[in-house]
Ligand binder design. Structure first.
Ligand SMILES: *Cc1c(COP(=O)(O)O)cnc(C)c1O
Length: 371
């Protein structure tokens, strides 16, 4: 009999990020960790200039292009520094010294942070800000009006902390539309042609921490200023095919495995989206049928399919909920430290069985812990 190293039991992981990854992708990485097939060395050990790594990063890009149906006039870049670096790098390239204003639709904490960072590079303006309402919804098109000469309009397609998600892109006419899609990247089909630049830290829905995916239209790439350090210049990264310096090789490799899995398991993003809709509906139904015991944070039409945010009747019940859930094998149900409450993050890799198990737990918890 062969002896396997005993693997720990995996819990249901509702972490907002770094988040659950597809088991099959982890197993594949584990199986090939010591030696990639036909290579005889680990992906952790090979040159990023080698043919084999070039084929890995190309496959990751091809998968993303296929899933999102990305036209040829867009570059797909693998960068470092997280979504947070994009908050600064975008205005550095496309706001600084333009004499224009960068405009923001702020529907949650990440959008507010993006605005604040952009402010270091030039004038910014919130054309809509949901803060006073507690970030519970996205605006209707008639509630905001971008200036015709704005440098660009930035929005956050899914606010991870508050659990607020756009169903359709904001209306900005011909202005360049820029999107932080960190927490719903590859979760549904989107019309990429409407975006000038879309970026996502991989660690929510596409892979591990360490790589940020940037999809950028070629006219923006051509516009990058000359006087920037190369690592902060999109054009330099595009020209070098994301190999300007040593990329986060392992993270890129994991993005390849995760996107292989998406294509194998679902085929296309419409199928992924339907799966995500089914999962989210299970939890929102518990919330909506709890007689007010569980209270969803976001307005029903704008609540996120990725991050289900809710409150219990009081903070001590919330604490108890999170700690009993943890003991029962449901990890990371606490809300973000800035807003409290509870949050179940149910990205692509969360199986429907995990969501069903959480539903049972929530119903049982309510029964045993009356308000
Ligand atoms: C997690 C997250 C970020 C921050 O990402 P980092 O990679 O840690 O910089 C930014 N925006 C959104 C929407 C996020 O979910």
């Amino acid at each position: 009999m062969t002896h396997h190293v005993a693997s720990q039991k995996r819990v249901w992981n509702f972490s907002p990020g770094p988040a659950v990854l597809p088991l099959e992708a982890l197993e594949e990485a584990q199986r090939d960790l010591l030696a990639l097939p036909g290579v005889g060395a680990s992906v952790l050990e090979i040159s990023h200039r080698s043919k084999i790594f070039e084929s890995i990063i190309q496959a990751a890009e091809d998968n993303i292009r296929k899933l999102l149906k990305i036209p040829n006039n867009y570059f797909v870049l693998f960068l470092q520094g997280g979504a947070r670096l994009q908050f600064g790098m975008i205005p550095l390239n496309f706001l600084r010294q333009t004499g224009k204003t960068a405009e923001f639709i702020v529907t949650g904490s990440w959008g507010a942070m993006a605005l604040k960072e952009a402010q270091t590079q030039g004038p910014v303006r919130a054309i809509w800000d949901g803060k006073a309402e507690g970030y519970r919804r996205v605006p209707r098109p008639e509630e905001y009006r971008p200036s015709p000469d704005a440098a660009y309009v930035h929005f956050t397609s899914n606010e991870t902390i508050e659990g607020v998600q756009f169903r359709v892109e904001p209306e900005v006419g011909d202005l360049p539309l820029v999107c932080d899609a960190s927490s719903d990247f590859l979760s549904r089909p989107i019309p990429i042609e409407r975006y000038a630049l879309l970026y996502a830290g991989a660690q929510k829905n596409a892979g591990p921490a360490g790589v940020t995916i940037v999809i950028i239209r070629d006219d923006l790439v051509r516009r990058c200023p000359e006087d920037l350090p190369s690592m902060l210049n999109y054009r330099k990264h595009a020209e070098a095919k994301s190999l300007l310096n040593t990329p986060p090789c392992f993270a890129v490799y994991m993005v390849k495995l995760v996107t292989d899995w998406l294509l194998r398991q679902f085929g296309d993003l419409q199928k992924v989206h339907e799966h995500n809709q089914r999962k989210a509906a299970i939890l929102y139904e518990v919330i909506d049928h709890s007689n007010g015991y569980y209270r969803g944070h976001a307005h029903p039409e704008h609540r996120s399919l990725m991050n289900v945010t809710f409150r219990l009747p009081n903070e001590s019940l919330e604490k108890k909920f999170v700690s009993e859930a943890d003991k029962a094998g449901f990890m990371h149900l606490e809300g973000h430290r800035s807003v409290g409450g509870c949050r179940a993050s149910i990205y692509n890799a969360m199986p429907i069985e995990g969501v069903q198990a959480l539903k049972e737990f929530m119903i049982e918890f309510q029964k045993n812990n009356p308000a």
